[in-house]
Design a protein. Structure first.
Length: 397
């Protein structure tokens, strides 16, 4: 019956991580998977999360199904965090939000919704982008194209080429954008560049789908949401996928959200209904536990402030690791090849290493990064940054 089913080649990131686990070397270093590790190389449990979860255990009760749209207080805190507490569209009930299975679940529900109501549209993603962007939209039935983004020569942004390409798209084309901490390159638009891009999106009647998976890891919670909030201020219809995996260190709880900015409360109500229909056909309704943790933290002033302080410290540690590897490579690299380590933002950096150099890095030195050259800077710490820099220097020699 299933003889015609071909083998799944595996997700390149998850497969590489599995290979790392099998590697017997004691000094191996994993900088491949997009997870934040603390300076001891451990996945942190944030204090605010620990306290929220502990208080929840004192109030155990029945565990019924959540509504298809998710836990209502959670959906409210998603809007407040992503769009801003004082967002006018939020007060006017023009934002439709559903709870999703992480950021990937938000993208999948959004893709299914869009395919139903924009069946002739094509999707445009940055070159490069997170691999799952392409997979999700193609599996939903879309043709997926790329627009210029990363400049291999400078380690920066091809903004003029990006703007020109998007300015040539057909109306109602779907443009996938990274709000901050671009995955995989770490290269972001400046606020001024966002404003120029939004001018084009608005003029061309394009539909932005903004992925904000790393809010708080670039500059701070508010600055990292600039693109979403500026699009909202200008009234540009859009979809927004957000995730709490990284900034709450709740990877396995699968806490995400999908929001759609609409022109009226009545329109938002209809969109919400159809998004819940997409949820129903995918997984029926979302889980409870992680959503209640996030809600508890964000609605309890003391826990909210504790979480913000912890997240800011995580952001600073990543920035410190960027400086550390930059300084250790300064004797071996110069110019743009070196400055990219501190110019780029967030958890990831494109090192500029080619696939052969990446293979040598893994095979000879036990340092795992993606074959694209993407390094997870959040996996660096005070003990491993020196051997990583030394290994990179060797493969560059």
């Amino acid at each position: 019956m299933f003889e015609h089913v071909d083998a799944y080649p595996g997700d390149p990131i998850l497969t590489l991580n599995e290979n790392f686990q099998k590697d017997p070397r004691q000094d191996k270093i994993n900088l491949s998977i997009g997870i934040y590790f603390d300076d001891d190389g451990r996945l942190p449990v944030m204090k605010a999360v620990r306290e929220a979860e502990a208080s929840m255990l004192n109030d155990l009760g029945p565990k019924p199904y959540l509504p298809m749209s998710g836990f209502a207080p959670y959906r409210d805190v998603v809007q407040a965090l992503v769009f801003g507490e004082q967002c006018a569209a939020r007060a006017e009930k023009r934002i439709a939000t559903v709870q999703t299975l992480g950021g990937s679940g938000a993208l999948k529900v959004g893709a299914d919704f869009l395919k139903r109501y924009f069946p002739q549209a094509q999707v445009w993603v940055s070159d490069p982008t997170w691999e799952n962007h392409r997979f999700i939209f193609e599996r939903a039935g879309f043709t997926v194209n790329t627009y210029p983004y990363y400049d291999d020569a400078t380690g920066g942004l091809r903004f003029d080429a990006m703007l020109a390409a998007i300015d040539a798209l057909a109306p109602r084309s779907i443009v996938v954008l990274h709000a901050c901490c671009h995955n995989p390159t770490g290269v972001d638009l400046s606020n001024a560049q966002w404003e120029q891009l939004i001018d084009v999106l608005q003029k061309r009647e394009l539909l932005p789908f903004v992925d904000i998976a790393y809010q708080g890891f670039g500059s701070n919670l508010d600055d990292d949401a600039f693109a979403v909030r500026e699009l909202t201020r200008r009234g540009v219809p859009m979809l927004v996928a957000n995730s709490f995996s990284k900034n709450f260190s709740l990877y396995g709880e699968r806490c995400g959200g999908l929001s759609v900015l609409c022109q009226s409360a009545e329109e938002a109500d209809r969109v919400l209904g159809q998004m819940t229909s997409a949820v129903r056909s995918n997984y029926s309704n979302p889980p409870t536990h992680g959503a209640k943790i996030v809600t508890k933290v964000l609605t309890t002033p003391a826990l909210n402030q504790m979480w913000r302080d912890e997240l800011a410290a995580m952001c600073r540690r990543i920035a410190d690791m960027r400086v550390a590897i930059h300084d250790r490579l300064s004797a071996h690299l110069s110019g743009e090849a070196l400055s990219r380590y501190i110019k780029q933002r967030g958890m990831f950096t494109y090192t500029g290493l080619d696939a052969e150099q990446v293979d040598r890095l893994r095979e000879q030195y036990g340092v795992y990064i993606l074959r694209s050259g993407r390094m997870c800077v959040a996996g660096l710490n005070e003990r491993n940054v020196a051997p990583v820099a030394e290994a990179i220097a060797h493969v560059l020699a």
